[in-house]
Design a protein around this ligand. Structure first.
Ligand code: IMP
Ligand code: MG
Length: 426
């Protein structure tokens, strides 16, 4: 039975992020009390309202910062457990670092003039940006300094379905990370089993060329670029001498749990997935517009040339795939993810959590606290970067230009932290 509860909550809640929504709710009160009126009668009123709103917003972010710190403490004692934050936002997951939210608020307030606004309250995007800035600050120095930064491909490094080309602005930022001795990983759902790595080399040609032509990178630093394809299925590493992508055998990097997934079980999940996708094609009258594509470690519905699949259909397919496949006994033995790629739907073996965990494992056990994953898909169902939250800190971007901006911030904070550390040393 389709109850109102199911429509309002179960089928929509996955599109919202409860932590961001909750913070947004907290900032609504100062907005109403201090920002409201537009009629300034006396000189100085405008600045006063903005200052009042800024002070109250900053206080809220400072309080949330304390709650996150408390939750970190609780996690050490009893797992994600029963922190105050968990009581207020029950779906909240584990944090790996403290988040300097008050400082991050001041940075974003300067850029986005949040407290100068009279008619538009702090938004989902304002808060997402503040969280991103705080995460970048937390990973800039000291014991939590980032060692591995992984990036989603589509919509994060390049526009949907496009490639990273020579001269793309983001390339210089990725070179900046490599120069700082940070491993750079691309963890993408795009799965190309060919061990020559030709497809990845083509889609990332701008990055590979940029790295090989960069005079400041030694061959060793160049080889700190890794590509994990098919969520967690194919690993390639850049050969810093030749500029080629080297295929790394699975046994060298997969975490022990993944090595238990048998070929027969993998095929069974994909068979069930394929059957379900066929059924959905028929049920949603999509056969003329879309087709099924089966690969070694994935199966998807993609639009036929010059066609597109309506957003509602994509969502219906992904929710059904998740719902049906997770009840199968084989899903207890092999992990899969189902996600809406914006114009297609895919069921992949494994997910980005395993992709990031495997990279950490391969790179001599880098810890989640020193890992950052940057991606665009963080809704809780039908989005494939969400699972990376279980293995790393995350930054949620909405476009490649946002990725560029947050990397500029991160590189600036790292420079700043290095300078401070040098001052202390001398
Ligand atoms: P990501 O954003 O880098 O994770 O890439 C997701 C996109 O990769 C999907 O929306 C698909 O268009 C594309 N893709 C190509 N091959 C695969 C596959 O085997 N599984 C999932 N996505 C794929
Ligand atoms: Mg993406």
């Amino acid at each position: 039975m389709t109850t109102r509860y199911r429509v309002e909550y179960a089928l929509k809640s996955h599109r919202r992020d409860s932590f961001i929504e909750w913070i947004k709710g907290l900032t609504a009160t100062p907005f109403v009390l201090h920002a409201g009126s537009n009629n300034f009668f006396k000189i100085g009123d405008e600045s006063k309202y903005a200052a009042d709103a800024r002070r109250k917003y900053a206080e809220i972010f400072s309080d949330v910062e304390d709650l996150v710190r408390e939750q970190l403490y609780d996690q050490q004692l009893s797992g994600v457990g029963s922190s105050r934050l968990k009581q207020m936002v029950p779906s909240i997951g584990a944090f790996f670092t403290p988040l300097p939210l008050e400082r991050a608020f001041y940075v974003q307030d300067e850029k986005r003039a949040i407290s100068n606004r009279r008619m538009v309250a702090p938004s989902f995007n304002d808060i997402r940006m503040i969280l991103n800035t705080a995460q970048a600050m937390a990973l800039s120095g000291g014991a939590d300094k980032a060692q591995l930064i992984t990036f989603d491909g589509d919509v994060t490094l390049y526009n949907d379905g496009e490639s990273l080309l020579p001269g793309d602005e983001i390339v210089a930022r990725l070179l900046g990370l490599l120069r700082k001795h940070i491993y750079v990983g691309v963890v993408t759902a795009a799965g190309y089993p060919d061990p020559s790595g030709k497809m990845y080399a083509e889609r990332l040609s701008g990055l590979l060329e940029g790295i090989m032509n960069c005079p400041f990178l030694t061959p060793e630093l160049r080889s700190n670029l890794l590509i994990m394809g098919g969520e967690c299925n194919y690993l390639f590493r850049l050969d810093g001498e030749t500029g080629e992508l080297r295929f790394i055998p699975r046994e060298e990097w997969a975490i022990p749990q993944m090595l238990e997934w048998t070929e027969a079980d993998i095929v069974e999940v994909l068979d069930h997935g394929e059957k379900l996708l066929f059924k959905m094609l028929e049920r949603l009258n999509l056969s003329a517009r879309a087709t099924i594509y089966r690969k070694q470690r994935s199966v998807g519905i993609i639009p036929r040339a010059k066609n597109s699949i309506p957003r509602e259909a994509l969502e219906e397919i992904v929710l059904n795939a998740q719902h049906v496949l997770q009840t199968l006994p084989v899903s207890q033995r092999v992990y899969f993810c189902a996600f809406n790629g914006g114009s297609d739907v895919w069921i992949d073996i494994g997910d980005k959590r395993y992709g990031v965990l495997s990279l950490q494992h391969y790179l001599n056990n880098i810890q989640p606290v020193r890992t950052l994953h940057v991606g665009d898909q963080f809704a809780s169902i039908g989005a494939n970067d969400f699972k990376a939250r279980l293995a790393a800190n995350t930054v949620w971007v909405a476009s490649p230009s946002e990725t560029r901006e947050i990397l500029d911030e991160l590189l600036e904070y790292i420079d700043d932290a290095e300078q401070r550390e040098n001052q202390i040393r001398f």
